[in-house]
Design a protein. Structure first.
Length: 339
């Protein structure tokens, strides 16, 4: 639990820990995450139990003084993140859960982990990488877990809220998240290359299900766990993982889309650039309107239009992140990555 995160649902810990006991393949569980707004902080402080605690133990002010400009910067970030979280959690992660029974990595501000799996993970990787896992340890841990055949799940019925940085600090966060994703794709290249092992995987699964030995193993399992994957990194090296399809497509999109826009800009292909931006924006806004809560679809459609410039500015940082990553890996041979 991050220090700037508040568990809004009273049963957040109960639900996430409960989920870990439902299947041996579940390694982490998290809930939905939204931005912690000023009105949320005020509502928390006004809670009778919180009032009693603050009066007895806290002397510092609960609301730091901020200028009008600072409040505006926080508001812009909150607006952008509200749209981003809606798109990711209601569309991308929901799709990953439906197709693969897992998300690529948990939302790291409030996660329940199975301690045994985390201990094994660090015992394996710390002697190799030290403490410099990637620029975002949550992404690395999530990749490592699904690489081993475990699952990261997200629960739609519990909610937490996390403090957001001001808009001027967003570029650094863009860099950390994007670079950590690229770094994890590099470390877990067998997982990322899963689509190229699809036929081998299908053949292996077919032989297993139709063999006498495979049937004996399946019959011994008293609990038929959904989305159960064979455990072990060696299996990933040979056959990949279903979630690897989503990771591979995300990597292609992260690299190809900003560079395609840049090439069109350099070559002055204005018509193609305009059509690409309009179609992509319309597609994203349509998805956001569809997955938005009922009664708020027009509201989120308007918010999505407002944050479109920020979304495209993030693509600029993706280009610089890709270049910096390439220099680190292929020229400097330097992987001492840290926040």
């Amino acid at each position: 639990l991050d220090s700037d995160t508040v568990l809004i649902s009273p049963n957040y810990i109960e639900r996430t820990v409960e989920e870990l006991y439902k299947a041996v393949g579940i390694a982490s569980a998290c809930g939905n995450v939204l931005s912690l707004r000023l009105r949320d902080r005020k509502a928390i402080v006004e809670d009778p139990a919180m009032k009693t605690f603050l009066q007895a133990h806290v002397d510092a002010p609960m609301f730091p003084r901020r200028t009008g400009l600072e409040r505006l910067q926080m508001g812009i970030t909150s607006l952008y993140r509200e749209c981003l979280y809606l798109f990711l959690q209601k569309f991308v992660y929901r799709g990953q859960m439906a197709f693969f029974g897992s998300i690529s990595h948990p939302v790291g501000c409030a996660v329940a982990y199975r301690r045994k799996y985390i201990a094994e993970l660090f015992d394996h990787y710390e002697p190799i990488l030290g403490d410099d896992l990637t620029n975002s340890e949550d992404i690395f841990i999530g990749f490592a877990l699904v690489n081993h055949g475990y699952r990261n799940i997200q629960l739609p019925d519990v909610l937490c809220r996390s403090q957001e940085p001001s808009v001027k600090k967003l570029p650094r966060q863009f860099y950390m998240w994007s670079s950590a994703f690229l770094q994890s794709c590099l470390y877990f290249h067998s997982l990322t290359a899963s689509p190229f092992k699809a036929f081998r995987r299908w053949r292996h699964n077919w032989k297993f299900k139709h063999s006498k030995e495979g049937q004996e193993i399946l019959n011994k399992r008293k609990i038929q766990e959904p989305y159960r994957e064979p455990f072990g990194d060696a299996h990933t090296d040979l056959y990949g993982r279903p979630i690897g399809w989503s990771i591979f497509m995300s990597l292609v999109e992260k690299i190809a889309f900003p560079w395609a826009l840049l090439i069109m800009l350099v070559l002055q292909m204005w018509e193609a650039l305009l059509v690409t931006v309009v179609v992509e924006t319309a597609f994203s806004l349509t998805i956001m309107a569809v997955v938005a809560p009922k009664g708020q679809r027009l509201k989120f459609l308007g918010k999505g239009i407002l944050v479109t410039p920020i979304r495209y500015s993030a693509l600029v940082y993706d280009v610089t992140t890709i270049l910096r990553f390439a220099v680190d890996v292929w020229f400097k041979k330097d992987r001492r990555w840290r926040k």
